[in-house]
Design a protein around this ligand. Sequence first.
Ligand SMILES: [Mg+2]
Length: 278
Amino acid sequence: MKGKKWEKQDLEDMARLLRKDVLEMIMNVSDGHPGAAYSSADIITALYFGGILTVDPERPDWEDRDRFVLSKGHACPLLYAALMRKGFIPEEERFTLRKINSRLQGHPDMAKTPGIDATTGPLGNGLAMAVGMAWALKQQKKDSRVFVLTGDGELQEGVVWEALQAAAKYRLNNLVIIVDNNRRQSGGLIDEVSGIMSLREKFQAFRLETKEIDGHDFDDILGGLDWAVACNGPALLIAHTVKGKGIDFMEEDNSWHKRVPTAEEYASGLAQLGGAVL
Ligand SMILES: [Mg+2]
């Protein structure tokens, strides 16, 4: 079932709503990773609401669906919000985030949560799982595509580069890799922690079709995804993003990698996202 194709303004409104959902969820449980969720918010919104992913909330395990792997699993409150607004998860579950026995844990669990295609958290492994899924779908002669969103910090993991070699070897034209290139990781700026310079040249050396996009502009994101889907081999989008995008005091402040707002920050954040304090 193809999702409804929304206009740019609709997508911007949805992305703002998902960011608001995440702020409320993290505030409620006093735990979580807002910075990482917000840098990927527009990309995930485009995937689920921009007519890219073929999925069916009524049949989360439908075998002909497209797959989505959130390799940067700690950003999952944003994915949970998208699945909630898409109809996979009841809205009333939102405040069970990170609670014991909840289906909405601090990292995604495919055994528990409808709409989650891969259990992720150990960084780097989501991309390897996506490569395996894409290869298996091709073996089964399925038309389903696999989309994976990886952080840029996790590109420091060696398994990423093994997976990319396999993607190129098997010419996985059903695989779209998106790098959330916010230039930061939990320890600070990537270039200061352990630089992974010249990303584009590295990916091209691995025989990946590579394109750079603005990860907060829906025209650019959707144009890039359409291009990637049409590529005759594994395609990769380097999405330039801002950690904490959407709330001014979180943007480019790495302390928001994992932090809970004060009451004043919460009220300010909600106001910026167009919501009222609950
Ligand atoms: Mg990052």
